[in-house]
Write a protein that binds this ligand. Sequence first.
Ligand SMILES: [Zn+2]
Ligand SMILES: [Zn+2]
Length: 172
Amino acid sequence: MKMSRLRFNFGFLLEADFGTIRLIELDYPTIKLSEDVTLTPLTGSFTATRTTEGIYIQGQLQSALSMECVRCLEETIVPVDISLDELFYYPPHNAPPGEPFVGEDGMIDLGPLVRELSLLGVPIKVLCRPDCLGLCQECGANLNYGDCDCVEEEIDPRLATLQQLLNQEERR
Ligand SMILES: [Zn+2]
Ligand SMILES: [Zn+2]
């Protein structure tokens, strides 16, 4: 398994009385969670509470993802808020299928959870700005930087018919 920098050793908390709470603050200038997700930055805090079932993680993280605008394809910074609210079962064999658990070594890897939640916070259509003009269909120029030199050559078929009629009129 690949090591993530969001792995925390909660061995001490597993030893503690039920109800014991620890506050953990995060302040990463940048953190790569997977090949496709790098968070820049990742800040915030969460509490880890020893419960009878394991360790309960709750908190708020703030981050941003670099994505491509769907219209103009420019890199765009998308802010994301991440709400942590998850029970990690301990011992691991008590976890229902698909539920996260604390490792036998007392480690919790928040990487996969934070990655999933950050992607959920990204809109389906990322736009660099609400009124992004996108790219010219002909030359691919980014129209946010100004008009390109392409001339609209398509003539509305209805207008084309009218033009024919006008031409006939002139010939009479
Ligand atoms: Zn755009
Ligand atoms: Zn163009």
